[in-house]
Design a protein around this ligand. Sequence first.
Ligand code: ASP
Length: 289
Amino acid sequence: MDKNIQIEKINGKFKDKDIISLDQFTPKDINILFALTKKMKKIAVNSRAEIVDPQHFSSVSKGESLEDTIRVFEAYCNAIVIRHPVVGTAQKAADIASFVPVINAGDGIGDHPTQGLLDLATIYEKHKRLDNLIMVAAGDILNGRTIRSCMKGLSLYPNNTIYLLSPKELRMTRESFEYYTKRGLKLFEIESEKDIPKNADVWYWTRVQKERFENLKDYEKVKNKFVLTKKLLDTTGGKQTIVMHPLPRVGEITTDVDDDPRAQYLRSQVRNGMYIRMALLALVLGKTK
Ligand code: ASP
């Protein structure tokens, strides 16, 4: 999962490309996307996309193969955005689809590139840089795809440090730890709020991914071990610390944090999700004019 996979790099050309992982991007590509995202902010979005849930509105429930489903879908759309519980399915879909680009909207505990990109956009908007950052990533580091996609993005820039706060059971695998270290991130694993550095630029909180547990008791043991409260933010966060969360939250950030101006998860982070995805779709469809 966290290893360099062979996917076509963007290299400044988005048109017709599948978007499977942050691995495909360079800082230059991210700049191109951010520039268009800025334009998207100005466009009033009134048109509605039609979303099809293959599980309920297609023949998947009758046992149709992924291969056939993707072929049918590409016959009547311009791009396929796929979310699937199994790692690697977006890549498989991209291999099957020959006429339209495929965008990975989350494959199991694998990747979530559009979330990673919108997270980078949010950090950039608030801090005006994507290097020399200190981030605290908390929650389910093992199963949460968004933290790892965001880390892939941050590893494209120099001198970023990430403190990983999680119960021991939810630490990333040693293989992943090595992978991100090799990509240039400085990683520190911590197990207590007391070890959160005072000068962090970003707090990225996540929920424990209940659906990844075989045994509910194991989930109950670790859920909400680290809850971000207003008190914790005021005592341990800095003035510049921004609070992010990919949503949905299920208790790991108390609602008294929501009105703090440092909280971005119900504000710019969500909005940037819309703009980044509009820009990415426009780029892969070649409709940027
Ligand atoms: N919405 C995010 C995702 O799709 C985070 C989450 O589900 O916890 O991965």
